[in-house]
Each structure stands twice: as C-alpha cells, then as structure tokens.
Design a protein around this ligand. Structure first.
Ligand code: UD1
Ligand code: UDP
Length: 355
C-alpha cells in the first residue's frame, strides 16, 4: 500500500498524474489529506476536476501557526500511518503538511519519496525552505523537477538518491491544456499572491498596491483567502478595490486557472507553482518575491524578479510588463521535462524496490 500525504492546493495538482500512473499499474493507494486547505475552491474542486478519488482520511487540521499546523498534522498522521502501515509514503512540495509527513514517516521507518525534491529558494527566512531541507534529508528518494534541483541535492550530499524526472506539474498542465483550444479575446494580466513574505506586513502590502496601480491593462486576480484577510485587517481592502482595471475574484479551479493563463500576456505572482506554469502557458512572469526557485527561467529572462518596495526595481518591472507579449511557441529547452514525470517516478520506485 502506498500512502500519499497532501493538504494544499498545489499538492492536489501534483498528486493527480502520479495517482493515475500508480493506478494504471494496479498499486493499492490511500490519500491522506491533512486538511490544511479546506475551502471548496482550495481543495475539493481539484479532486473533482482532476479526477482524484476522495481522500480515505482527512485529518481536518485547519489553519493556524506553523507549529499548530505541523504538530496537528503530525499527531493525526502518526495514528493513521501506524494503523494503515503503508510500504511507502509520498510527500509533495514544501508546505507544513510536507514537513509533518516527512517527520512522522521517517520515525516510523516508512520509506519516503519526495516529489519536487532538491528545489531551493536559498532564503532560510522563507518558511517553505525549512520544510524543503528537512523533507529532502529525511526522504529515501527525491524526484527533482529540473536539473538544477539535482545539483542542489548533490551539494547537500544527496546525489545518490536524487533523480531528474521533470516536473509533474507539467504532466498535469498538458493533460488540461491539450484538451482546450486557446481562446481568442482580450489578453489579460493574471495576478496571484499569498506568500507570508508578501502578506504579513502592512508596508509591504501598500507597496504591492502601489506597484499594481502602475500596471496597464486588465488585471484578473483570483485572490487567496489569506491575502484577502490580511488586506482587510490592514484596512487596505478599499484601496485595492478602487483600482479600476483590477478584477478581484475568488480562487478558481485548475481548469479556469489554466484557461486564464492561456489568455494572459503577463503573469504577476509570488507563487512557486504559478511562476513555473507561466512558462508552460506562454506568458512572461513578474515574480514578486526574492526567491530563486526556478533559476533557468530567471536566467533566460522568462521570469523577472521585482521588489515592490524598490522604486528602481518597479520601474524596470513596468518596462518588462509593457513589453511582455504571449509566446505560444516556446522554443527554450525542456527544463521541466517532457510531461511524463509520473511515469519516470513510478519506474524509479519499481527499479529501487520501493514499491
Ligand atoms: C500554504 C503553504 C504554502 C503554499 C500554499 C499554497 C505552508 C507553510 N504554506 O500557504 O507553501 O504555497 O499553502 O496555496 O504550509 N485559509 C482559508 N481557507 C483555506 C485555507 C487557508 O481561508 O482553505 C486562510 C486562513 O486564514 C489561513 C491562511 O489562509 O490562516 C493561510 O493558510 P495556510 O495553509 O497557513 O498557508 P497558505 O498561505 O495557504
Ligand atoms: N491555482 C489554481 N487556482 C487559483 C490559483 C492557483 O488552480 O486560483 C493553481 C495554480 O495553477 C498552480 C497551483 O494552484 O497549479 C499553485 O498553488 P499556489 O500558488 O497556491 O501555491 P505555490 O505553488 O506557491 O506553493
């Protein structure tokens, strides 16, 4: 039996192709949902749209501080992993749910596979970086989305257990994008933001609002509940709502998100997942956080990092935004693989007798 531990929106998106591939090869599986994300449009909608079976267990951890989420998930996971005694645990990405899964499974001596292993932001104050480091070191095999992640894993002495599989989010993207015709129509600027680094301080949020005010063209922003909550608590909700060219909507499902990306000429985000998907979808990206996750895309100029608190950086970002045009035929190398990451992951699990 294989247990998948998930709890956050991007993890459901990473789970879908791997679950399907294991199912095709007749493995018994169980999805354990920590309950870190619980709103319908942050959780259930992805299970429906991506045809993932409902979790066998939901630990209903809910929201809280890092320690509350991590410890709550650990308590529930320990009980359930002892009960179901899986042969392998699969963890995804870099959230508090990932960390809890790694800590509990390793102490129960259950082998761990980490999807999106090796990725590093190189900023220790980034909460996800702590989760990545611990999760990678406790895992038995790392599935790295790009070659740079393999290099980072090697530099930390984890070369032997690290493999470049390509990015599983690309598998999911292709399964959806290939089904839909690109819509003609007005090109938009798509915006998402939710990182702790961009929501915890009022001053930072004010600079983000000032930056948005300088963007030209229709902006569509499916807003994470955390961002909305913080804007309201800082008394900035009216300020952002008064930006005429900005349409703030509820978080959308994956199908609508990909559709929005495919009509965007520019994506402004602080999301790890969305900044990488911008490349799959052919829309250039302004990354509104100082994290070095997808180095190749920064080096080729696909992603431009902007610091909303620096006038000079914002000026350069506005020039980048003004020049950004859709690139439907992306001719760069396949940094993130060929869309068959799930297949490669299961091949590796079989090869190393982890399943
Ligand atoms: C978490 C992850 C982050 C990931 C993101 C994906 C950690 C440390 N952070 O951030 O790495 O990029 O998920 O989206 O694990 N909330 C709701 N409804 C929900 C879930 C959350 O309203 O269903 C609100 C709550 O007010 C909560 C806040 O959002 O306090 C933050 O939620 P949390 O899960 O702590 O962090 P995310 O910002 O979602
Ligand atoms: N996403 C979505 N609807 C939204 C916003 C994001 O389906 O309203 C998808 C997005 O396409 C990507 C994933 O959620 O696949 C990214 O999640 P998020 O930005 O929350 O987390 P991160 O990748 O930063 O950890």
């Amino acid at each position: 039996m294989i247990a998948h531990i998930v709890g956050n929106r991007p993890q459901f998106i990473k789970l879908a192709p791997l679950y399907r591939e294991l199912q095709n090869r007749n493995y018994e599986q169980c999805i354990i949902h920590s309950g870190q994300h619980y709103d319908t449009n942050l959780s259930e909608i992805f299970f429906k749209e991506l045809d993932i079976p409902s979790p066998c267990i939901n630990l209903m951890v809910g929201s809280g501080t890092h320690a509350e989420i991590t410890s709550g998930a650990m308590l529930g996971l320990e009980k359930e992993l002892i009960r179901i005694a899986p042969d392998l645990v699969i963890i995804y990405g870099d959230t508090d749910t990932t960390l809890a899964g790694a800590l509990v499974a390793s102490k129960l001596n259950i082998p761990i596979a980490h999807v999106e292993g090796g990725a590093r932001s190189h900023h220790k104050e980034n909460p996800e970086e702590c989760n990545r480091i611990v999760a990678d070191h406790l895992s038995d095999i790392l599935f790295c989305p790009d070659k740079i992640s393999v290099e980072y894993a090697k530099a930390e002495g984890m070369g032997e257990k690290s493999f470049w599989t390509g990015d599983i989010m690309y598998d999911t993207f292709l399964s959806v994008a290939s089904k839909k015709d690109k819509e003609a129509g007005e090109e938009i600027i798509l915006m998402t933001w939710h990182r702790q680094e961009n929501t915890e301080s009022r001053a930072r949020m004010e600079s983000i609002i000032r930056f948005i005010q300088r963007l030209e063209g229709k902006i569509v922003c499916p807003m994470h509940p955390r961002t909305k909550k913080c804007l309201k608590s800082f008394g900035l909700w009216e300020d952002i709502q008064s930006i005429n060219n900005m349409n703030i909507i509820e978080p959308v499902g994956y199908l609508e998100m990909i559709s929005l990306m495919q009509t965007a000429r520019l994506i402004v985000t602080d999301s790890g997942g969305v900044s990488k998907e911008s490349f799959f979808a052919g829309a250039k990206c302004l990354l509104m956080v100082d994290l070095d996750l997808w180095d190749d895309l920064v080096k080729t100029g696909w992603i431009f990092k902007v610091d909303p608190e620096s006038r000079e950086s914002v000026d350069m970002a506005i020039t980048f935004a003004d020049n950004a045009a859709r690139t439907d035929e992306v001719s760069y190398p396949q940094y993130y693989g060929d869309g068959h990451a799930a297949e490669k992951m299961v091949n590796l699990l079989e090869k190393y007798s982890l399943i």
